[in-house]
Design a protein around this ligand. Structure first.
Ligand SMILES: [Mn+2]
Length: 426
């Protein structure tokens, strides 16, 4: 299904007068403080986050999975779901595919469908954390790091095939996340595993088209519980440097040990021009993949503050590939994604409100109290009217979640697809 624009306009009309009041109040206050509201609206409108195909169905845990009614059962339906998110929010204008779960059968039709939904194909993701049907070798003991040359070669070849698929769709980047690691001390030589991984990623890098980028994701544990080969940003950074100029580190918010200072990681990488991709989610304990902003919204704001600073001050850093990497076990996946998209833009807007000049002055004069006041003044501002205005000016929903519910989108999807569909790959 596609969102009916006329119907959406009608839904928007219901809250329009109230929105105008809230927006005028906020815009007047911000203008008085010297904020250029139109520039912020433009920045919000330009910010597009990719939705990964695997986030459109209900995920699960190793204890089980409870599917959600009307899940997309194929690639075309997944693109349709992202199209719904984009129509409502105007900020989900890209889709990130996972191979082999989303291997297209008809490339022209898939591209046409994406275009009809105003979507582009963002970074494409390979999978060497599962054995594929018919594969000659198993990744049980690692893929790119494996001691067996034939297994490493199979994993490299898979990545090259994924690049080939991405090329046909218009993607310009490959994201590599490895499950490689060990669960017990002594299981494997750390040095050898890292050396083999470096050799393998260099082979993948060498096989990329000249206008492609490689994003190397890291994670400290899980599914292996003693060590992972690419355990942290430093290891990813080292591998990216070993590959070359078009290899970058990818930060996933959930891929850190508790209380890691992710904003500092972001700042460090951007200062070196090596932050390429960014995965949003939230967590309490580990890689929980919860709704963005649901647990630590202030941390998200502080991270965004560094991202906004880096985007303005680090021309050596490329434009980032933004993506939501979350998993929904008990919510309607589309509602969860609408909440995440809202939380991302909220943190983004607040970061844009930080008075960078005043902050710099306060830092130079060692006014620690003032520094905190400046950050928190931005954080405490209710920026939702800005998000609403940016959305409706671009044809989106005033209240995406409210519109999704009042327009009966999930009910329509169940009507089209049936109740008991299961998203591919989940
Ligand atoms: Mn991720």
């Amino acid at each position: 299904m596609q969102i009916n624009k006329d119907q959406l306009q009608k839904v928007n009309q219901q809250g329009r007068a109230r929105h105008d009041e809230h927006f005028d109040f906020l815009a007047n206050n911000l203008t008085r403080e010297g904020v250029d509201v139109n520039t912020i609206l433009k920045r919000l409108a330009a910010f597009q986050v990719a939705v990964p195909s695997w986030a459109l169905g209900a995920g699960g845990t190793r204890f089980g999975r409870f599917s959600f009614h009307g899940e997309p059962g194929n690639l075309e339906q997944k693109i349709g779901d992202v199209g719904i998110l984009h129509a409502l929010t105007q900020t989900a204008g890209a889709v990130s595919l996972h191979i082999p779960w989303d291997t297209p059968t008809d490339y022209a039709a898939v591209k046409e469908l994406a275009k009809a939904n105003n979507l582009v194909f963002d970074a494409i993701n390979s999978n060497t954390f599962q054995d594929q049907p018919g594969a000659k070798h198993s990744y049980k003991h690692g893929s790119l790091c494996n001691t067996d040359e034939a297994i490493r070669a199979q994993a490299v070849q898979h990545n090259l095939e994924v690049i080939g698929i991405g090329e046909k769709l218009g993607s310009k980047s490959l994201t590599v996340w490895l499950a490689d690691g060990t669960s017990f001390p002594g299981q494997r030589s750390f040095q050898q595993a890292l050396a083999q991984t470096e050799k393998s990623v260099k082979e993948i890098y060498a096989g990329m088209p000249a206008d492609w980028s490689l994003f190397i994701e890291y994670k400290p544990y899980e599914p292996n519980f003693y060590s992972t080969v690419i355990m942290d940003w430093g290891t990813s950074f080292m591998l990216a440097n070993a590959c070359g100029d078009r290899a970058f580190t990818l930060v996933d918010l959930g891929h850190h040990l508790p209380n890691s200072n992710i904003e500092q990681v972001v700042a460090t990488l951007m200062s070196k021009g090596k932050l390429g991709g960014f995965h949003f989610n939230d967590s309490k304990y580990g890689d929980d993949d919860l709704t963005v902003g649901s647990i630590k919204p202030y941390a998200l704001f502080l991270i965004f503050n560094e991202l906004v600073y880096g985007m303005a001050n680090n021309p050596q850093n490329p434009e980032l590939a933004w993506m939501i990497d979350a998993s929904h076990n008990i919510k309607d996946p589309l509602e969860d994604l609408l909440q995440s998209l809202e939380a991302i833009q909220e943190a983004h807007a607040k970061a844009l409100l930080v008075d960078q000049e005043a902050l710099k002055a306060a830092q130079l004069s060692h006014d620690v109290v003032k520094c905190q006041e400046i950050l928190q003044a931005a954080y405490r501002t209710d920026v939702r009217p800005l998000l609403q205005r940016a959305r409706i000016e671009n044809g989106g929903a005033l209240d995406p979640l409210g519109a999704y519910r009042s327009m009966g989108v999930r009910e329509a999807l169940i009507g089209e697809r049936g109740k008991h569909t299961v998203a591919t790959g989940l």
